[in-house]
Design a binder for this molecule. Structure first.
Ligand SMILES: Cc1ncc(COP(=O)(O)O)c(C=O)c1O
Length: 359
């Protein structure tokens, strides 16, 4: 089979999206200036819009979600000997190289994530540490919405409110890793402002479901953003004519949010098809498919995730996925996957499942 005959459907992540012709046109026509001088009109327009949308005083464009989280944690934990409490399946904890401790000297302490992306508030409360010379001082709690490692779960607003009350009781700040928060907004029908009402800061990505090539925005108080501007510079994230990137983000705010519902629909269809064909040897927790992510459990007596990933890539329809844990495969739907391609990917997945079940 020649490469031209192969249909490639890349479900490894929503980060693989490439800017559309329309998005590229918006980038090309963006007015620019020097953002380190705070002179770039398109960056300033994006930040003003994001501050307004999130109900916060201010916003700041940063190159990545990793930097956005790092800046927020360091801004809240600027005193040496500070601690952040976060879920044990948090991206900040698992996939950001321990940057908060490596670069910021902040001590991370985990609370076990529930499968719905929340964590037990009793456990959290027991882990909060005050001014005892034996311990770091807890200053920040961070959670993720949607929670990637828990399968893209949208976090219930009621739970965030309870978490806020706990933070208030102990004088702690609350940060949201909102890399995919627009997915949660669309899935739950909740505005960005409502979702972030109880958070002191959030980092929101444009380079995932919203399809931009680069960029995140952090939101918070004027004072947090003042600190964030200093931290962004020292981390090497101060960019000059970055309005071309903000142009893409503004295009995404106008055109890419509502369509996330399609990705969620495609994810649910795949999940249902896996359960219908999987004979309990390939399974998805259907009630947990809130957004664009599907996590498939693979029975170890049947096969392994790496074998499934390989089989999905063979043949005319090449479906690319990733092994997500020793017994899990992850599929992520995004703007570059049409309904026809989602259907093809679902069909291919069912074929692969049947192949393993029948062997
Ligand atoms: C939940 C979450 N937070 C943060 C990030 C980091 O974003 P970036 O890759 O832009 O650094 C990711 C990346 O996939 C993520 O999934």
């Amino acid at each position: 089979m020649t490469a031209e005959n192969v249909i490639s459907i890349d479900l490894r992540s929503d980060t693989v999206t490439k800017p559309s012709a329309e998005m590229r046109a918006a980038m090309a026509s963006a007015e620019v200036g020097d953002d380190v001088f705070r002179d770039d009109p398109t960056i300033l327009a994006l930040e003003t819009r994001m501050a307004r949308m999130s109900g916060k005083e201010a916003a700041l464009f940063v190159p990545s979600g990793t930097m956005g989280n790092l800046i927020c944690v360091l801004a809240h934990c600027s005193e040496r000997g500070s601690e952040v409490l976060l879920g044990d399946r948090a991206h900040i904890h698992l996939y950001e190289q321990g940057g908060v401790s490596q670069l910021g000297g902040v001590h991370p302490r985990t609370v076990k994530n529930n499968d719905d992306g929340t964590f037990c508030l009793k456990e959290l409360e027991l882990k909060i540490r005050g001014d005892d010379p034996h311990y770091p001082v807890t200053r920040l709690v961070a959670f993720e919405n949607s929670q990637n490692k828990c399968g893209g779960r949208s976090i219930p607003v009621q739970w965030i409110k309870q978490l806020r009350e706990l933070c208030n009781k102990y004088g702690l700040a609350l940060h949201c890793d909102g890399a995919r928060i627009f997915n949660s907004c669309i899935s739950q029908g909740i505005s960005l402002e409502t979702y972030l009402e109880d958070c002191d800061s959030a980092s929101i990505c444009f380079s995932k479901g919203l399809g931009c090539p680069v960029g995140s925005v952090i939101v918070g108080t004027n004072e947090l953003i003042r600190k964030a501007i200093r931290l962004r510079k020292v981390l090497g994230g101060g960019m000059r004519q970055s309005g071309i990137l903000a142009g893409a983000a503004i295009y995404a705010l106008d055109n890419m949010i509502d369509r996330l519902a399609d990705d969620h629909k495609h994810a649910k269809q795949l999940a249902q098809a896996i359960n219908d064909s999987g004979k309990n040897r390939f399974k998805v927790d259907l009630s947990g498919v809130d957004t664009n992510i599907v996590i498939m459990w693979v029975d170890p007596d049947t096969t392994t995730p790496d074998q499934v990933v390989k089989a999905l890539e063979e043949g005319e329809v090449n479906v690319r996925t990733i092994q997500f844990a020793a017994d899990l495969v992850r599929f992520v739907f995004h703007a570059m996957i049409s309904t026809a391609e989602a259907e093809m990917a679902t069909k291919k997945t069912v074929q692969v499942i049947q192949q393993f079940i029948n062997q």
